[in-house]
Write a protein that binds this ligand. Structure first.
Ligand code: HEM
Length: 459
C-alpha cells in the first residue's frame, strides 16, 4: 500500500497548534479531536515539536511493541523530572538507576507485601470513615478527602511516615507545593523555552515548591535513619538496605530521595482520582451501587472489620474499579518514541525519535473494541467476557516494563476504601454534580461533593 501523510488540523507558523490547546484541559481537547480522525491517528505541532496521537487499538498494539518503541522522557515528563529526578517514573529506561531501582523495589509490590501493608491501609481508611461519620449531612469534598486517604496510605505503608492529613482542614503544604509544581510542569509543556526563561517570578515559585517537597522527603529519610532502623520490607527499608540482585549495587542517597518523592506523587494522585471517579459513577448508576451494597453486606455484615482475605474475595467492587479506569483513566495519555524510522498500520510513516502519545480515553471508548463504549457496564469485566477484549484497548496502567509498579497496591487500597465507605454510609449527591475535570498530570472531578448518612440495619 502507498504511504500516507498523517492527518492533522492546520496550525500557524512557529507556534503550530499550541494555542488551540486549552491550558486547563488539554486531554479533553485531544479527546474531542480524536473523534474527527476515525483512522485513529493524527498529528499536532506543539511548542515547536510534532506529536503524533494514536487511539486506534490496532495502531496502539504496534506502538506498545517494546522492540519498536520506548518510553521517552520528554515534555511533560522532562519537566516532572525537575523534581522526580532519576526516580522510577521519570528515569530513562537505559539509565542504570532505572533497572536497579526496578529490581530492588519489585518485591515491595508483590501480593505478599500487599498483605503486610493491609493493617496500615485499614487504619487510614478508617480515618476517612471517622471523618465522614462526624460530618454527616455536610457537603464532603470527595477528591480532597480521597487525596488525604491515598497520600497518608502511601507514606505510612511505604515510608513509615504519618502525614495525619485528616486532622487538618487545609491540604498539607506538601500537597500544595506538588499541585503547583505539576501545574507549572504542564504550563511549560506549552511554552517555547525562551518564554519559560522570561517568566522569572513563576520560575522562583516553582523552585520554592520543589524545595518544599524535597525538605519533607529529607525529613522522612532522616526520621527513619534516626530510628536506627534502616532494614524492613517497606519501600524505604528496601531502598536503604537491599542490593540490586543483578549488579550488587545499592541505590545512592540522591536516588533514594528522588524515589521517595516519586512514590509520594505517583503513589497517591492517580488512586485518589480513581476513587473520586468511582463514587461519581456509582451515584449515577444506582443499579450498580445496589450490587456493590449487596456484596459488602454479604462479606462485611454489621460492623465486621475487613481483613486482607475479605478484600480479596470482593468481586463486584473490583469490576467497578476496572470500568471506572476505562471511562475515567486518571492518567490521560502515555508517551512512546520510535527507535528507528518505521511505518504504522502499513501506511503512516513515523521517523526515528518521533514522539507518540496514546490517548487513553479515546482508546478505552473506541467503537472498534468496545460495545456501547460510553455505557458504564461492569459486566464487561466478568471473567468470561474479559477474554474477548481487544488485547491493546485498555492501558490505564501503561505498557510493558514501564507499566505501573503500584497497580496491585492501588487496587487493594481502592477496594478496601470503597468497601468501608459502602459498609457504613448511604450516599447522596443533592447538588447533582456536573462533571468538571481538573487536569494536572492526572485528571480529577473538581468540585465534586457528596453527602453521607450512616446506614441503618437492612438498608
Ligand atoms: C507508572 C497509572 C497508582 C507508582 C504508571 C504509568 C501509568 C500509571 C499509566 C505509566 C506512565 C508512563 O508510561 O509514563 C497508575 C494508575 C494508578 C497508579 C491509574 C491508580 C489507579 C500507583 C501507585 C503507585 C504507583 C499506588 C505506588 C505505590 C508508579 C511508578 C511508576 C508508575 C513508580 C513508574 C514505573 C516505571 O516506569 O518503572 N502508573 N498508577 N502508581 N506508577 Fe502508577
Amino acid at each position: 500500500a502507498d504511504l500516507l501523510p498523517i492527518p492533522g488540523p492546520r496550525g500557524v507558523p512557529v507556534l503550530g497548534n499550541t494555542f488551540q490547546v486549552p491550558a486547563d484541559g488539554p486531554s479533553a481537547y485531544f479527546a474531542n479531536l480524536a473523534r474527527e480522525y476515525p483512522e485513529g491517528v493524527f498529528r499536532l505541532e506543539l511548542a515547536g515539536r510534532q506529536v503524533i496521537f494514536v487511539h486506534d487499538p490496532d495502531l496502539v498494539a504496534e506502538v506498545c511493541d517494546e522492540s519498536r518503541f520506548y518510553k521517552p522522557i520528554d515534555p511533560p515528563l522532562s519537566h516532572v523530572r525537575d523534581f522526580g529526578g532519576d526516580g522510577l517514573f521519570t528515569a530513562r529506561s537505559d539509565e542504570p538507576a532505572w533497572g536497579q531501582a526496578h529490581r530492588i523495589l519489585m518485591p515491595a509490590f508483590s501480593q505478599r507485601s500487599m498483605k503486610a501493608y493491609f493493617p496500615q491501609m485499614l487504619e487510614v481508611a478508617q480515618q476517612l470513615v471517622c471523618k465522614w461519620q462526624d460530618r454527616q449531612g455536610a457537603d464532603l469534598r470527595v477528591a480532597e478527602d480521597m487525596t488525604r486517604l491515598t497520600l497518608d496510605t502511601i507514606s505510612l505503608t511505604g515510608f513509615g511516615h504519618r502525614f495525619n492529613s485528616f486532622d487538618a482542614e487545609e491540604l498539607h503544604p506538601f500537597l500544595q507545593a506538588m499541585g503547583n509544581a505539576l501545574v507549572e510542569a504542564m504550563m511549560r509543556m506549552r511554552q517555547l523555552p525562551f518564554v519559560t526563561s522570561m517568566r522569572r517570578g513563576q520560575d522562583r515559585a516553582y523552585r520554592d515548591d520543589i524545595q518544599t517537597m524535597q525538605n519533607l522527603v529529607d525529613e522522612v529519610i532522616r526520621e527513619r535513619r534516626a530510628e536506627g532502623r534502616t532494614g524492613g520490607s517497606d519501600l524505604l527499608g528496601l531502598m536503604l538496605d537491599a542490593a540490586d540482585p543483578t549488579t550488587g549495587d545499592r541505590l545512592s542517597d540522591e536516588n533514594i530521595r528522588n524515589q521517595v518523592l516519586t512514590f509520594l506523587i505517583a503513589g497517591h494522585e492517580t488512586t485518589s482520582g480513581l476513587l473520586s471517579f468511582a463514587l461519581y459513577l456509582l451515584l449515577r448508576n444506582p443499579h450498580v451501587l445496589a450490587q456493590a451494597y449487596a456484596e459488602v453486606d454479604r462479606l462485611l455484615p454489621g460492623d465486621s472489620v475487613p481483613t486482607y482475605e475479605t478484600v480479596m474475595k470482593l468481586e463486584v467492587i473490583p469490576r467497578i474499579l476496572d470500568e471506572t479506569l476505562r471511562l475515567w483513566s486518571p492518567i490521560p495519555s502515555i508517551g512512546l518514541t520510535a527507535y528507528e524510522d518505521t511505518v504504522l498500520g502499513g501506511r503512516y510513516p513515523v521517523a526515528k525519535g518521533q514522539k507518540i502519545s496514546v490517548l487513553l480515553a479515546p482508546l478505552h471508548t473506541h467503537p472498534g473494541a468496545w460495545e456501547r463504549p460510553d455505557e458504564f457496564d461492569i459486566d464487561r469485566w466478568l471473567p468470561q467476557r474479559k477474554a474477548d477484549h481487544h488485547p491493546h484497548a485498555y492501558k490505564p496502567f501503561g505498557n510493558g516494563e514501564r507499566a505501573c509498579i503500584g497497580r496491585q497496591f492501588a487496587l487493594t487500597e481502592a477496594r478496601l476504601a470503597i468497601a468501608l465507605v459502602l459498609q457504613k454510609f448511604a450516599l447522596s449527591d443533592p447538588h447533582s454534580y456536573r462533571m468538571h475535570v481538573k487536569q494536572t498530570l492526572t485528571i480529577k472531578p473538581e468540585g465534586f461533593t457528596v453527602r453521607v448518612r450512616e446506614r441503618r440495619p437492612h438498608e
